[in-house]
Design a protein around this ligand. Structure first.
Ligand SMILES: Cc1cc2nc3c(=O)[nH]c(=O)nc-3n(C[C@H](O)[C@H](O)[C@H](O)COP(=O)(O)OP(=O)(O)OC[C@H]3O[C@@H](n4cnc5c(N)ncnc54)[C@H](O)[C@@H]3O)c2cc1C
Ligand code: SF4
Length: 309
């Protein structure tokens, strides 16, 4: 990658200070599997790379029965293979296994997946392709091309770990130059395809994700063209916890993950499908047609419902 500065900090404090010193032009580099693609397609041109790979404290895994704490530099491969995650939080292992390929999962990290860039079949193309068809709001244009000219971006959040983690009621720790904050993972996402993530604060790094909401039932399914590689066209993750709280999180069909949380006995199947569909702002920006994806939301939720009842 051609950049003007590259840093390899050994501690979180050092990484935060570097980010503070380069407020507008830095990017944190975790596994690089998302960043490199964006640089190659000339969608981003970072001036300052802050490589997180030497920070050992971001690589910790701690699972003690109900309590799971994962550092954000834990790789997807580690998540798939960890026997405690398989035992207590199998939905997370299943979600990680559905991402990319075994080779990519050895570099790709949890933190990078939480902040993976949104996708749109119009925007995520090579530079030459984009040059030949024109531009859109997310690039240098002034309208959204896939909606025929709306003034809003509907690029899709395509993370597959995120719906599983939100269904597990996960929270994150964020370190900035002014301290350490905790927040629910769902609050990291903004339903606007241009903004995508809540600003973390000066120098902000997500350091850890944790949950203690071990589910009594879980369900996970991903719709994609080829099982071997493709990004999601629809991911649904759901859990029921020991207090009979149902958490259904849907991703890949809207600008941010959509969560419906309710008592398992307080909603009908039809009511649940309606709530999810109302919250999803799905447009025609995927290789699978809009109508089919919306029908598959109903099909997945029905399948999930039948498994839980
Ligand atoms: C062929 C291919 C297929 C893929 N398929 C899928 C898929 O099916 N599902 C899916 O979800 N993803 C997929 N991906 C995208 C990507 O591989 C994963 O999302 C991966 O987990 C990203 O992690 P990374 O460590 O490589 O992120 P990076 O590329 O290093 O970083 C991604 C973003 O996260 C930010 N970041 C990283 N760590 C932190 C942190 N600790 N704090 C704050 N910001 C941080 C970076 O600055 C950057 O903006 C695919 C990628 C490829 C190339
Ligand atoms: S949804 Fe519209 S504005 Fe957003 S990336 Fe796609 S074409 Fe561009």
């Amino acid at each position: 990658m051609s950049t003007s500065s590259y840093f390899l900090p050994g501690t979180i404090d050092e990484a935060v200070s570097l980010a503070k010193a380069h407020p507008n032009d830095h990017v944190f580099y975790a596994g690089g599997t998302d960043i490199q693609l964006h640089v190659k397609q000339r969608l981003i041109k970072p001036n300052t790379i802050i490589d997180l790979t030497a920070i050992e404290s971001l690589k910790s895994v701690s699972i003690q029965k109900k309590n799971m704490k994962l550092g954000t530099m834990v790789t997807l491969d580690q998540i798939v293979k960890n026997p405690d995650i398989q035992k207590f939080y199998p939905i997370l292992a299943e979600a990680a296994k559905s991402i990319a390929t075994p080779v990519i999962r050895k570099s790709a990290t949890l933190g990078g997946n939480l902040k993976v860039s949104n996708r749109c079949s119009f925007y995520n193309q090579s530079f030459d392709w984009r040059q030949s068809v024109g531009s859109c709001l997310k690039d240098t244009g002034d309208i959204c091309q896939v909606t025929g000219g709306l003034n809003h971006c509907y690029s899709r959040n395509v993370s597959d770990l995120v719906p599983a983690l939100i269904a597990l009621n996960a929270r994150i720790m964020v370190q900035t130059s002014t301290g350490i904050n905790e927040m629910p993972l769902i609050d990291l996402y903004v339903p606007d395809g241009l903004i995508v993530h809540t600003p973390l604060g000066v120098g902000g790094i997500i350091t850890e994700i944790f949950t203690s909401d071990e589910p009594s039932k879980w369900w996970f399914k991903k719709l994609r063209l080829r099982k071997s590689l493709d990004f999601t066209s629809l991911t649904v993750a759901a859990t029921v916890n020991k207090k009979d709280v149902l958490r259904v999180c849907v991703n890949g069909v809207s600008m941010a993950p959509v969560l419906v949380e309710t008592g398992i006995n307080d909603v009908t199947l039809e009511g649940l499908i309606l709530q999810v569909k109302r919250a999803c702002k799905t447009v025609d920006n995927d290789y699978m047609p809009l109508k089919y994806r919306r029908e598959m939301i109903s099909a997945f939720i029905t399948d999930c419902w039948n498994t839980f009842h």
